[in-house]
Design a protein around this ligand. Structure first.
Ligand code: ASP
Ligand code: MG
Length: 416
């Protein structure tokens, strides 16, 4: 048994969908649990639909949803499918959009956004069947049980394990491929939930864990895990081998390689994660496992849209345990976290994601105890396994506001 995850980019055009079918054909004879994301940028489009709905602009929400609908109908038609099978999904969303919002935003977000994966997997499943690639389509909301923390739902593992055993395992008796959605789940009350953006990698890992898969493969439009984003650093190179810990660190510092929650379920069962290109399925890609890896290249991660919050004590008192505790309590209350902190005698600096309402809430909550200064528009650069010369090269022409170094990692807050 293996688990495959195909991201939105791998099903964004007809050519790419044909490639996915070819890849699956080449694994014929093996049991595969396949997770497919929403097509292309559908999730962004649906986010925009729900935003319009929530601000009361029903017409705009329906108009935007119509575009999503047409795009999927067109794709189904281009793949030679009768598209009537999508109607129930469309109707469900349209009904909701005709209502007035009375619950909180995150609830509606999940009810609307989940349709992206339902549409894509239904289309792909039907298309594969039309190509004689037998598969069973599963609505993952019947399997993956979560709490009701909408938009960032946590998985109920006990229930999910039971459902996999009862409802997913038997499907492999009839078809080698079970095809389902990532990123979405459902509560005890059958309300749809989502696991956080890019959460399909995580769903795939949950299945890999529960099914004790031999391996999980994430199929992407890049050759594997690179040591930097090629759009930000043109000399980026492929890393052929990594261990779980390195990948968790990379994700933590903001590398958009793999969803950060993906590694734990795999590590817990020692399941290797392969990252491969669906454009070159025979190339090796990257393998991530628990072996020590010697000689990693420098790994470069840029986190954009950072804010520096400078807190200095009002009356010149030291920022001791009392004031420090207050700062962290505010972080906890706001579900907000520092990406970097730096202490000094009468001040504390925190680098955070510049999410306007969180930064304001943070500054306001601490304004009785501190003089608060916020600087926005910054970038946090992290280099693991750095060299001094690379650090200098990447900081040239930048204004450096803060720097922290360990023997392994350097972090620099800069304005470009
Ligand atoms: N479609 C979702 C997103 O774009 C989940 C995923 O692709 O992993 O965030
Ligand atoms: Mg994606």
């Amino acid at each position: 048994m293996q688990v495959f995850k195909f991201g939105g980019a791998s099903v964004s055009t007809l050519d790419r969908i044909y490639k996915v079918a070819d890849i699956l054909k080449s694994y014929s004879g093996q049991k595969l649990l396949v997770v497919v994301s929403a097509i292309g940028k559908t999730t962004n489009a649906l986010e925009s639909v729900v935003t319009a709905f929530y601000r009361g602009d029903k017409e705009e929400a329906l108009r935007q949803f119509e575009a999503v609908k047409n795009q999927h109908l067109q794709l189904a038609a281009d793949l030679g499918l009768e598209a009537g099978f999508l109607n129930d999904f469309f109707t469900e969303v349209e009904w909701l959009l005709h209502d007035k919002p009375v619950k909180h935003f995150d609830y509606y977000y999940d009810q609307v956004v989940c349709v992206g994966e339902l549409l894509s997997t239904t289309i792909i499943s039907r298309f594969l069947a039309s190509q004689q690639i037998k598969n069973s389509w599963v609505d993952v909301r019947d399997i993956l049980r979560t709490d009701n923390n909408f938009r960032d739902a946590r998985i109920n593992w006990a229930v999910t394990e039971q459902k996999v055993a009862q409802q997913v395992m038997p499907l492999f008796e009839n078809a080698e491929i079970v095809l389902t959605q990532g990123f979405i789940g459902a509560t005890d009350e059958n309300e749809s939930t989502t696991l956080g953006r890019e959460g399909s990698d995580y769903t795939a890992a949950v299945f890999a864990n529960i099914l004790a898969a031999r391996a999980q493969t994430i199929w992407k439009d890049v050759p594997g895990v690179m040591n930097a984003d090629p759009k930000q650093y043109s000399a980026a190179t492929l890393i052929k081998e990594l261990n779980y810990k390195e990948v968790i660190e990379m994700a933590y510092y903001g590398a958009q390689v793999i969803h950060p929650k993906t590694i734990k379920p795999l590590q817990n069962k020692g399941i290797p994660l392969l990252v491969k290109s669906f454009l070159q399925p025979d190339a090796e890609g990257t393998v991530i496992h628990d072996k020590a890896v010697a000689q990693l290249p420098p790994i470069i991660v840029y986190k954009q849209a950072q804010a520096l919050v400078h807190l200095s004590s009002k009356d010149f008192s030291f920022v001791g345990e009392g004031l420090t505790a207050k700062v962290y309590t505010v972080f906890e209350d706001l579900h907000f976290k520092p990406n970097l902190t730096q202490n000094a005698a009468i001040s504390l600096q925190c680098v955070v994601d510049d999410i306007a309402e969180k930064v304001e809430g943070f500054a306001l909550a601490l304004s009785d105890d501190f003089d608060v200064q916020v600087t926005k528009g910054l970038t946090l650069l992290t280099i693991r396994h750095y060299t001094e010369s690379l650090l200098q090269e990447l900081c040239a022409d930048c204004h450096v506001l803060l720097q922290q170094k360990t023997p392994e990692t350097v972090q620099v807050l800069l304005r470009k």
